[in-house]
Ligand binder design. Structure first.
Ligand code: F6R
Length: 250
């Protein structure tokens, strides 16, 4: 995993966006894996700007999101469906039907998970996967566990994740406790991974991802085995690893 430290959130967003744009220009029919959460918002803003000024187009791009809450409506303002419309899909030229966000109403979740994996496989897999990292080291909603789960699945969110997500909801009891998430298979088979982490509250997770054991207890640690993964950090998220010799400061 290549690690690059930049000054701040804006620079991290721009550096990651540049990689996405380069791919969209060199491969207009690329398959993007998308993340939600606070971290990639600046990256999406940059993609929206570039799309509006004609530098890039989503006309032939297809996208697959990592995850979605279970138990809230698709049109709930905090659903990841709404998040993606608000921050990206409503502002770019992506055709309806070209973007996919996991969804299950819970009636036949196993079938919905299988279908999601199949649709990614049939699209040819992910060319470039955008990732954030949870404060507990999760990627997508693969929470710390005794083993890695390969397939898309329904997961119970970790206490730390529920606490972190509470900032988006009015009341603690409204915060979803379950989610549908891609597993490690989709992520680790992505041809390229671009991960972003910003802010001091990510510093411990970043340290454990890069310097500890590779273990399902820190799901992001497995990314060290990916052949083409780059991690962009701001100074705060990097504050526990800055002195390590393999780090590129930009
Ligand atoms: C979101 C996702 C999560 C987030 C992570 C960090 O689709 O898969 O793993 O990337 O929880 O969230 P933020 O960016 O809000 O700190």
């Amino acid at each position: 995993m290549i690690v690059k430290i930049l000054d701040d959130y804006e620079k991290v967003s721009e550096a990651a966006a540049l990689i996405v744009k380069a791919l969209m220009i060199s491969k207009p029919q690329c398959i993007l894996g998308l993340a939600t959460g606070s971290t990639p918002i600046g990256l999406y803003q940059s993609l929206v700007r570039s799309c509006k000024n004609g530098e890039i187009s989503f006309r032939d791009v297809r996208t697959f999101n990592l995850d979605e809450y279970v138990g809230i409506d698709m049109d709930h303002p905090e659903s990841y469906h709404c998040f993606m419309e608000k921050h990206l899909f409503d502002h770019v030229d992506i055709p309806k039907g070209s973007f996919h966000v996991p969804w299950t109403d819970g009636d036949n979740a196993e079938r919905d998970c299988e279908r999601y994996d199949r649709s990614i496989f049939e699209a040819g897999g992910i060319d470039l996967q955008i990732l954030g990292i949870g404060g507990n080291g999760h990627i997508a909603f693969n929470e710390p566990a005794d083993f890695f789960t390969e397939e898309t699945h329904i997961t119970t969110l970790d206490e730390r994740t529920i606490r972190d997500n509470a900032r988006f909801f009015d009341r603690m009891e409204d915060v979803p406790v379950k989610a549908m998430t891609v597993g490690m298979g989709v992520i680790m088979h992505a041809r390229r991974i671009v991960m972003l982490a910003t802010g001091a509250n990510k510093a411990d997770a970043v340290y454990r991802m890069l310097c500890g054991e590779i273990t399902p207890r820190v799901p992001a640690s497995v990314l060290r085995l990916h052949p083409d993964a780059v991690l962009f950090l701001d100074r705060e998220a990097a504050n526990r690893i800055e002195k390590l010799p393999f780090i590129h400061k930009m």
